[in-house]
Design a protein around this ligand. Sequence first.
Ligand code: NAD
Ligand code: UGA
Length: 422
Amino acid sequence: FRFSSIHQRPRCDRAERAALRSPDIEPRRTGNESLPASRLHSSSMSEVNTVCIVGVAGFIGSHLLEKVIRERDWHVIGIDMVPPTKIQQLIGAEKKWASRFEFHQMNIVEESAKLNDLIAKSDTVVNLAAICNPSEYIKQPVNTINSNFTDAQDCINFCVKHNKHLIHFSTCEVYGRTLSSYGLDKDDPKNYLLDEETTPMIMGPVSAQRWCYACAKQLVERLVYAHGTENNLKFTIVRPYNWIGPRMDYIPGVDGKDDGQPRVLASFMTALMKGDPLVLVNGGEVFRTFCFVEDAVDAVVRMIEYPEKSCGHAFNVGNPDNNIQISKLAELMINMYSNITGKSKGSTVSISGEQYYGKGYEDSDLRIPSMKLVKQQLDWEPTTSLETAMESTMRVFIEKYADKLANITADATEPASKKAKA
Ligand code: NAD
Ligand code: UGA
């Protein structure tokens, strides 16, 4: 691990590369290692040397870094404006990849010249940086649009300028609501299955501010695509479908604002660990397909490794087998939490979207990805069931947070007289 003052990174020679492939000091098999190159067309495998991950200290960034650094011999330039807490387990002089990883804590908006230099030194740039929490879309729509559209400009322009492969993170929200939610035949797959090449993108009115995020993501996708056409930008667009796993978001009051509203996984975990009812927005009637992040980052590694297969495409990356209504997800998590901890089962409470998020909240009804393109181009398929993904994720959350939350709860309920003595 090197902090931002390091500019020179040694390249690996052949012997070092071979040694890197041997088990590292913390062997760890995820079960989601990439398929052998022979499953893809080996002629398309590129000689990747340096990958720049922007937003490396976030949820997806931390898992992508973990996979890349453990399973490949590439150099990684990690950039994020927050401290590297979520990637701390990968940092340290004793790690065998220490000389291949450098972290730069910087805001890409404020350090444009430095971003330019770091992109110039890379082969592939993965841009994950964005505001992507629905509670922010209504609280700070201007920042949401700027973060997702305006702030992505430098990464795009520097990749054009230096002829680098840009892997830009968009979202499945670009499809908006399904055609079937507007009254078309619910049983006809073309009215609900989201396909990269054929499905129209349908968002609510401008006053429904929830869509400002999806709309900014759609515009940035179109800009990236336009640079591909006009300026030969090598690009790949990723549309994740509710990737879940350890390190997703934060727990309010522990490592996030007291009044924060993380995405549904961390919201439900907070309620379970505090013994509060799980909040079902609008009764939890909508559906999501959840994809285990360890499966998902394997698709991203293939995009990096096989640019001839990934360039010029926007890919759905999700797990259509893990489709569940949010109210049923709450039920599943309540039962699983009780089984894991032996505690009694939690409850739910319903609240309107407007009350929970504010005026202008509208929701996607159903998000089932077509997997045709990602399977055809990258031979990628998710393998982890919702139950397996959820159980391993919940265990990590419980191990990390349960005691901290119990202390906070105990402290809050302690009588004032006792607190004063202490
Ligand atoms: P995250 O919030 O955990 O990570 C984003 C990271 O980007 C954060 O660490 C943040 O500090 C960093 N960042 C933001 N602005 C920055 C700036 N100006 N300079 C430097 N760093 C900055 O989010 P995530 O879940 O890991 O999502 C990553 C990307 O994937 C986002 O673009 C998001 O829209 C997209 N996405 C994620 C999901 C999902 O399932 N998690 C679904 C759809 C889309
Ligand atoms: C999110 C964000 O927009 C992006 O991070 C990303 O583009 C997208 O997910 C994705 O992962 O694909 P959304 O799925 O609506 O969108 O975000 P969540 O906060 O995880 O909510 C999922 C559903 O659960 C929504 O219907 C929401 O209203 C509901 N919810 C959320 C609850 O019922 N209770 C809660 O406490 C939190």
